[in-house]
Design a protein around this ligand. Structure first.
Ligand SMILES: Nc1ncnc2c1ncn2[C@@H]1O[C@H](COP(=O)(O)OP(=O)(O)OP(=O)(O)O)[C@@H](O)[C@H]1O
Length: 352
């Protein structure tokens, strides 16, 4: 870790971090009460005060109703927001909580509530306080889960969700600098108890980080790797766009049925493997009705398609499907020299 990593963030540095947000009419700050998001709130408030006509800021805390201390933490955020002259709202996650996949459901609900709050106050962006350390952890989690290039690109500094831009202005900032900023400003913050719960994947990974850092795999290097992979991923996406247009042009005058995607099999087979995979993923995710397809399953499908195309040299000859599979609610078939992807018919109930 360099000395810089322990220095408070200067007003000038913060201006650079928030530069792209200056012209926004209003911003929502997602503040849980933990050090990162309290620092985000403090930095954003100082930045906004320094502007003649900066964006309106609204602080939002989501109480997931899962921990008894959450209400008190939300009140603490409200108090601090008031001291900084910022309006604050606490939003409750109501409704049934699932028995499995609770963290994912809580995150989903949190982003939905934050996006709703943004719409209510006319904000174009929701700002979260993800740091460089979070980026490194995300990369590692996805690495251990076997993600592909897109997943290993980790978090983007700007992304879109429900018509609202999700901005992560601190994604390149080490957490230690945020703590140093709060110490210098004499601001207290809550500690997230899930950080100490070693049953969860992220905290377990967090415990591994010092070992990795000792071997050179520190957050700076891991986050840099994520940025490089994101760059490569963006380039492959452009290639996939081009390939889609190329296949479409070859089909001129031969418009596919509505709600179906179809590619000429031999032209498809000549494309690079990563591009073929993405074309399948895009089509399956667009037309299937069972959520995003798993990369491993699309890889298996692609290999089956490749084999089927190679095994029938005159792939155009037969109108009968030489391959037919469903995946993530989409039906994929190879027939008459074309790969067709369509919504799978609804499954029939097996009960009598
Ligand atoms: N209860 C909350 N209320 C408002 N904002 C929150 C809340 N929890 C998290 N956030 C925002 O999200 C950021 C990331 O939080 P955290 O690292 O706990 O998320 P996570 O559960 O790991 O999921 P993800 O990284 O996908 O958001 C925080 O810095 C903060 O800006």
């Amino acid at each position: 870790m360099s000395d810089d990593d322990n220095s408070p963030i200067s007003a000038r540095e913060a201006r650079r971090l928030f530069a792209g947000l200056r012209g926004a009419p209003a911003l929502v700050l997602a503040v849980s009460g933990g050090p990162d998001s309290v620092a985000l709130m403090w930095l954003a408030a100082r930045w906004q005060r320094s502007l003649v006509r900066g964006p309106q800021l609204t602080v939002v805390t989501v109480n997931h109703g899962l921990r008894p201390e959450a209400a008190r933490e939300a009140r603490q955020v409200k108090r601090l927001a008031a001291e900084l002259g910022l309006p604050h709202r606490t939003l409750r996650w109501r409704g049934a909580k699932p028995k499995t996949g609770l963290p994912a459901a809580a995150r989903e609900a949190r982003y939905r509530l934050l996006a709703e709050a943004a719409r209510v106050v006319g904000a174009s962006h929701v700002l979260t306080a993800h740091t460089r350390d979070d980026q490194a952890e995300t990369l590692l989690m996805r690495l251990f889960r076997g993600s592909g290039l897109a997943g290993l690109s980790a978090m983007a500094s700007l992304s879109e969700r429900d018509g609202i831009v999700l901005a992560r202005p601190l994604l390149d900032v080490p957490k230690s600098q945020l703590i140093a900023t709060l110490r210098r400003a004499r601001i207290g913050f809550a500690e997230d108890p899930t950080n100490r719960d070693t049953a969860l994947t992220r905290p377990r990974l967090r415990a591994l980080l010092p070992l990795l850092a000792a071997g050179g795999g520190d957050a700076r290097n891991l986050a840099r790797l994520a940025a490089r992979l994101a760059r490569a991923n963006a380039a492959v996406e452009v290639l996939a766009d081009g390939a889609e247009r190329f296949l479409h042009l070859r089909d001129r005058g031969d418009a596919p049925q509505a709600g179906v995607r179809s590619f000429e099999a031999l032209a498809f087979a000549a494309l690079p493997e990563e591009v073929r995979l993405r074309l399948l993923l895009r089509a399956i995710n667009a037309l299937g009705h069972e959520g995003p397809a798993e990369l491993g399953k699309v890889e298996a499908l692609l290999s089956a398609l490749d084999q089927a195309i190679a095994a029938s040299p005159d792939v155009r000859a037969t109108g009968r499907p030489v391959l037919k599979q469903t995946l993530a609610g989409a039906l994929i078939s190879l027939a008459g020299g074309r790969i067709h992807i369509a919504p799978a018919p609804a499954r029939r109930r097996t009960g009598k």
